[in-house]
Design a protein around this ligand. Structure first.
Ligand code: AMP
Length: 568
């Protein structure tokens, strides 16, 4: 049996082709989406999915998320006592999906079609393939995510040369691709994007709108800033989701023993989010320009990614294209379903071939810099992107910086690749020290030029015009693929990790959620959650499902009442 897998940055999903159609497979919790999160418990056992994601706030040092961003690099994270690369963590997620499919189908699952972003380069693709193999899957094929989405919408049943535009707006990134089929070969004709635009940005703008309204007196300044950020983010997320269903929705933060609340209407949100909605235009225009396709010749505009569920986004798209987008397939399911379509074609030896697009820069490249904190000081270690991910290559871009102290003697340019705002979360590629002429803070300018070509060569040129100084560094993207012995050793490490029994997934998930609530609340609510945890642990200790199951249902209902029904 060949399955189709969407190995996503935030969530993953698995589907099969059965009885002439693609069908999603639920995980042990009954959910179609499994968060791409891995956590290691105190007893060394691995936890995957929702429970792991809930542990992100309570056990950050033992939990990893969004590791797909580092696929193909040797960067590793230490969880518990073991170090893991993005490839290892992906293998853990894949083997959990594989186990879900085996339980659901009642037969072994040995092969898979796995999706990757269109802009993944060879190294990232090879790493994804190895992750599949580490999980015990024969990777029949890797296909581009936008191609998979187009397959879920039936591009293969259309006439030739009917281009589809895939509009993918997720939690943190925006990708536009134009996919076309010609002579039985699928091609991503162009892909463009904005890797700093997604649901999280819409949350931020909603907070800017709501915060002065819920707290005109500034009372919330008394709340711990980290906790306040999280409370505002959660309030924004749930208000924004509610606005996908209704014309108005409450925005509520509970803190300091009271509710701070307001009502936000859809049109207020739309007006506030106008600058973000405008940013959706440019990548669309670029992809049309790059592929030389006119809007009126597009056969379909299809929606992928959770954030395309926002009506304000759909309205913007309708205006932009002069027609309604096609959202017949659930935007979070399309990629996995399309992978299953390809798996179905493959098992009948009718798989479609694909031309790959790899002439874009796969990661954002930039340097470390300091930004003013607004209180006269600086925050160091902030990433300044120079060549953004998805830029067509070869590319050459220059950015300008100034000194931050008087008579600064030199400047250290540290070069990183990655997407995190703080450089610590990115991969360091090299550094360069450049002497500076004396001058007042802010008076000495430094130009940093990055040139990146198709062979993976990054050239860094630093120029200090005032002194006429120039420095140059060439960074070669050498192939760091592990050899076979290394793969075997890693497989042994992964195989040795303990896994909780599948039946235990619900219990783990609810305990992780409760621990997160315990940390998120204070006062009476926190005490209440503490009591519930103790009661549930006592139920678990009986090891009797007749006691555990009703106790868990009650616990779940209580938590829902406390923080609202949870969303994935
Ligand atoms: P993805 O990266 O594709 O999983 O998308 C996740 C993003 O989709 C998050 O930013 C969510 O806030 C957003 N999202 C999911 N469901 C909804 C919804 N019903 N309304 C608005 N945004 C949503």
């Amino acid at each position: 049996m060949i399955v189709g897998i969407d190995l996503g940055t935030t969530n993953s999903a698995i589907a099969i082709w059965r009885d002439g159609q693609a069908e999603l497979i639920p995980n042990a919790l009954g959910d179609m989406l499994t968060p791409s999160a891995v956590s290691i418990a105190a007893d060394g056992a691995v936890i995957v999915g929702l429970a792991a994601r809930d542990r992100q706030s309570t056990h950050p040092a033992d939990t990893a998320t969004a590791f797909k961003r580092y696929m193909g690099t040797q960067q590793s994270v230490k969880l518990g006592k073991t170090s893991f690369t993005a490839e290892d963590l992906s293998a853990i997620v894949l083997s959990s999906l594989k186990a879900d499919a085996e339980t659901f189908l009642g037969e072994p699952v040995t092969s898979a079609v796995i999706t990757v972003p269109a802009y993944f380069n060879d190294r990232q693709r090879k790493a994804t393939r190895r992750a599949g193999e580490l999980a015990g899957l024969k990777v029949e094929r890797l296909i581009n995510e936008p191609t998979a989405a187009a397959l879920a919408y039936g591009i293969q049943t259309r006439e030739e040369k009917e281009p589809f535009l895939v509009f993918d707006l997720g939690g943190g990134t925006f990708d536009v691709s134009i996919v076309e089929m010609f002579d039985g070969v699928m091609e991503v004709r162009a892909s463009a994007g904005d890797n700093r635009l997604g649901g999280e940005d819409f949350n931020e703008t909603l907070i800017d709108l709501a915060k002065p309204r819920i707290d005109p007196q500034g009372a919330l300044a008394k709340v711990d800033p980290v906790l306040l950020r999280e409370l505002l983010r959660v309030a924004a997320e749930s208000c924004r989701r509610a606005l996908s269903e209704a014309e108005e929705a409450p925005f509520t933060v509970t803190a300091l023993g009271q509710d701070f609340t307001t009502t936000i209407t859809s049109s207020e949100f739309e007006a506030q989010a106008a600058p973000l909605l405008t940013r959706l235009r440019e990548p669309v225009l670029r992809s049309l320009r790059d592929s030389d396709i006119r809007v009126d010749t597009l056969s379909e505009v299809i929606l992928v990614g959770g954030s395309t569920r926002m009506p304000i986004v759909r309205r913007t798209i309708t205006r932009m294209f002069g027609r309604f987008p096609n959202a017949a397939v659930h935007p979070d399911h399309a990629v996995a379903l399309g992978a299953a379509v390809q798996a179905g074609l493959k098992s009948r030896d009718a798989a479609l071939d694909e031309i790959r697009m790899t002439d874009v820069c796969p990661f954002t490249l930039g340097i470390d810099h300091s930004v003013a904190d607004g209180r006269g000081g600086f925050r160091h270690g902030i990433f300044s992107p120079i060549i953004e991910r998805n830029t067509p290559i070869p590319a050459s871009r220059v950015s300008y910086y100034q000194t931050i102290s008087d008579n600064q003697r030199s400047i250290d340019i540290h070069i990183y690749q990655g997407e995190a705002r703080e450089v610590l979360g990115n991969v360091k590629l090299g550094s360069l020290r450049v002497p500076l002429p004396s001058g007042k803070a802010g008076d000495v300018g430094v130009e940093v030029r990055f040139s990146y070509d198709t062979s993976g060569l990054l050239e860094v040129d630093v120029n200090v015009p005032r002194a006429g100084t120039q420095r140059n560094l060439v960074i070669v993207d050498d192939d760091d693929a592990p050899d076979q012995a290394d793969v075997a050793a890693r497989r042994a490490v992964l195989a040795a990790i303990k896994r909780h029994p599948r039946d235990d997934s619900h219990n783990q998930a609810i305990l992780a959620r409760a621990a997160r609530c315990y940390e998120g609340f204070i006062g009476d609510r926190r005490d209440m959650v503490g009591t519930w945890i103790a009661q549930f642990e006592a139920a678990l200790a009986t090891q009797d499902p007749r006691i555990i199951d009703p106790a868990r249902a009650q616990f779940d209902a209580a938590l829902n009442e406390l923080e609202g029904d949870r969303y994935l």
